[in-house]
Design a protein around this ligand. Structure first.
Ligand SMILES: N[C@@H](CCC(=O)N[C@@H](CS)C(=O)NCC(=O)O)C(=O)O
Length: 310
C-alpha cells in the first residue's frame, strides 16, 4: 500500500484540490480525517504548530501547503503532468490567482448565511458556533455577500472564456491551473448546493467541472490519526537533498532555531531547527514526544521565516 498519507477533511476545498490531483495521477493514498477547527492535537504533534488543512505525510516527513504538496506529488509521479513543460509559468500564475483571488471570492459567497445554514443543517448549534468563532479568530478575509457574488461571477466568466476553445483551462489536458480553479467551485456545487445557481450563466464551467470530477480521487484507504503518528515515530525523516544549494535571504544560518508561519489566515508558527532552505522551500527538524524526529517542509512563497527567540 502507498506511503502517502493525506490529513484532510471532507468539506475542505484545499483538501479536495489534492484529492483531485491524486485522482488525476491515479495514486493510492491513505486518508486521515482531521478536525475542521481547533483544537487539533494530532495535527500539531506532526507539524509543531501549523494548523491549516491539508497536510501530506510520507513517513516522518510532513509537507505543508497544497502548492508544495503538488510539487511533491509531481516529483513522485511526473505523468500526467501538473506543470506541462511548455506551460509551466502560466500554470503556476493561474494557479496562484485561483488559490487566492478566486478562492476568497468563492468562499465569501459560499459562507453567506444560506450557505452556512446548508453546511450546518445536520450539525448541532455548538459545533456551528465553534466553527464560525474559529474562522473569525483566524482572520478569515471575507467580502460582504453582494460584493462576493459580483467578484465570483466575474471570475466564473473568466474561467468560461478560458474554456471557449479547449476542454481544460490551458488546453486539451488538465494542469495545475485546473485543479486550483476547481476546488472552490466544487465547494459551491457539492457543499452549498442552494447557492449553485451562480453557475447558471456559465454552463461551460459546469461541463468542465463534470470533466474534473470524472477523474475521481485515486485509491483511498482509511487509517486513524494514531496509525499515522505511529508511522511517523517508526520511520526516520528522508535524507535531505544534497544537490540543492542553501539560499539565504534572511541572514539566518542553517542549524539555527527558527519559526515559519503562513503570511495570513492561520498564522500559528512551527518552531524547529532550520535544516534546509532551498530556492523554493524550508525544512525544519523538530522532535515531539509522540512522533519522535520529524522534518516539516514549507514552501517559501506565502510563508515568513524568522529567527526563533529563546
Ligand atoms: N495556502 C494553503 C491554504 C490552506 C487552507 O486555507 N485550508 C483551509 C481549509 S480548506 C484551512 O486550513 N482552514 C482551517 C482549518 O482547516 O483548520 C494551502 O494551499 O494549503
Amino acid at each position: 500500500m502507498s506511503d502517502l498519507i493525506l490529513h484532510h477533511y471532507p468539506m475542505s476545498p484545499f483538501s479536495h484540490k489534492i484529492r483531485a490531483v491524486l485522482g488525476f495521477k491515479q495514486l493510492a493514498w491513505k486518508s486521515v480525517i482531521v478536525p475542521g477547527f481547533m483544537p487539533k492535537p494530532d495535527v500539531v504533534a506532526l507539524t509543531g504548530g501549523y494548523r491549516r488543512t491539508p497536510l501530506l505525510q510520507i513517513g516522518a516527513d510532513i509537507y505543508c501547503d497544497t502548492a508544495l504538496i503538488c510539487d511533491v506529488l509531481e516529483h513522485r509521479e511526473p505523468q500526467p503532468a501538473l506543470y506541462p513543460a511548455h506551460q509551466k509559468g502560466l500554470a503556476r500564475v493561474v494557479s496562484q490567482w485561483a488559490d487566492t483571488n478566486l478562492f476568497w471570492a468563492a468562499m465569501s459567497y459560499n459562507f453567506q448565511q444560506r450557505g452556512l445554514q446548508t453546511l450546518f443543517a445536520n450539525a448541532d448549534r455548538a459545533m456551528a458556533l465553534a466553527f464560525v468563532a474559529d474562522r473569525n479568530a483566524m482572520g478569515i478575509p471575507l467580502k460582504p455577500a453582494p460584493e462576493a457574488a459580483v467578484a465570483y461571477r466575474s471570475d466564473l466568466r473568466r474561467i468560461a472564456s478560458m474554456l471557449d476553445e479547449h476542454p481544460f483551462l490551458l488546453g486539451e489536458l488538465p494542469c495545475m491551473a485546473d485543479f486550483s480553479a476547481y476546488h472552490p467551485l466544487w465547494f459551491t456545487r457539492v457543499c452549498t448546493p442552494p447557492l449553485a445557481h451562480i453557475f447558471d450563466a456559465t454552463p461551460q464551467v459546469l461541463a468542465w467541472m463534470d470533466r474534473m470530477a470524472s477523474m475521481g480521487v485515486g485509491q483511498m484507504q482509511k487509517i486513524t490519526a494514531q496509525d499515522a503518528l505511529v508511522e511517523a515515530a517508526r520511520i526516520e525523516p528522508l535524507p535531505l537533498p544534497v544537490m540543492e544549494a542553501f539560499v539565504d535571504e534572511h541572514g539566518i544560518a542553517l542549524g539555527s532555531r527558527v519559526s515559519v508561519a503562513a503570511e495570513s489566515f492561520g498564522t500559528e508558527p512551527t518552531v524547529g531547527k532550520l535544516v534546509a532552505a532551498t530556492r523554493t522551500r524550508y525544512t525544519l527538524a523538530r522532535e515531539d514526544k509522540r512522533v519522535g524526529k520529524v522534518h516539516v517542509h514549507f514552501p517559501r512563497v506565502g510563508y515568513v521565516l524568522k529567527a526563533a527567540e529563546g
